[in-house]
Design a protein around this ligand. Structure first.
Ligand code: ADP
Length: 273
């Protein structure tokens, strides 16, 4: 009977092995599928500004004797070009964040400075819509620091603030609040905008996913902003969460592990000094 139980165990192990192999293949297939979808999406997204530019160049050529029209077409070409540049930049950022290439050595980052800079970038856009951005940085004597990459954190916060402005009506309020804590530094970005239907909440962090594609494109959105936010936060060991109610607005919260300062009264290790 000892032999029997041994046989049973061997058979079980084999079955487990086969199962693992199948899971592995399914996983590989899924990764391949995701990659293919991404390439299809990227080419689709690139086509829009490229064909826009082609048409504008043709129109400009036809209108060459009408200097006002030439100016108008040139201005629109600039819009399309910056959209294209942004799309390319975001694709590069995202593949860097997802790939095996190591990010820069983490350094001490002041999250307040990142939040301030992110808001600064969006200030003009907000002012155009009569939106006031209220920034609350909290007690400056309490550090709000994390280890990581300041540029990436600023980019992530900027994407959140930009969305808050883009998906809100004129003359509304957006608030950006930094909350330092012992374990986490949180940044809360709150708007009074369109909100997001509950069924879509899970999907908005996917690459190229948009609730309203036409609206996103009108404001120059690429559909990659929240995917970048998600990857930046997870690369920093943190998380991003969202609360939203259609018609009420949305609240995005980024939590990053706080850099633990060395307590001033920590015991001196003998032999170290
Ligand atoms: P986009 O470039 O389209 O803004 P994102 O990845 O930043 O791409 O966001 C994905 C989608 O999530 C948006 O197209 C929009 O439908 C929705 N969304 C993001 N932020 C907000 C917000 N603050 N309020 C309402 N909808 C939002």
């Amino acid at each position: 009977s000892a032999q029997l139980t041994l046989d049973v165990r061997v058979a079980r192990l084999r079955a487990q092995h086969v199962l693992l192999l199948i899971e592995d293949r399914t996983h590989a297939r899924r990764v391949e599928e995701i990659r293919r979808d991404f390439v299809v999406n990227v080419s689709h997204e690139l086509k829009t500004p490229v064909s826009g530019l082609t048409l504008l160049a043709e129109a400009m050529d036809e209108a060459r004797d009408d200097s006002a029209a030439v100016h108008r077409f040139a201005a629109r070409m600039q819009i399309e070009t910056s959209r294209l540049a942004r799309l390319v930049q975001e694709i590069v950022d995202l593949s860097r964040l997802q790939g095996d290439t190591a990010l820069d050595e983490p350094v001490l980052v002041d999250v307040r400075a990142c939040a301030r800079e992110a808001v600064g970038h969006i200030q003009l856009l907000a002012a155009d819509k009569g939106i006031v951005i209220l920034t609350t940085l909290g007690d400056p004597t309490v550090p709000a620091e994390v280890y990581g990459d300041a540029n990436l954190i600023t980019t992530a916060l900027r994407n959140l603030v930009e969305n808050a402005v883009n998906y809100s009506g004129d003359d509304t309020r957006v608030s950006v609040t930094v909350q330092p804590g012992t374990d986490f530094v949180a940044v809360v970005v709150k708007d009074q905008g369109t909100g997001i239907p509950p069924a879509e909440l899970d999907r908005i962090f996917e690459r190229f996913y948009r609730v309203d594609a036409a609206r996103s494109r009108r404001t120059g959105g690429t559909g990659l902003g929240l995917a970048i936010v998600k990857h930046v936060t997870s690369n920093h060991g943190g998380e991003v969460t969202v609360w939203s109610e259609p018609g009420q607005g949305s609240t995005f919260t980024v939590r990053l592990p706080a850099a633990r300062p060395v307590p001033p009264d920590s015991p001196v290790i003998p032999g170290k000094i």
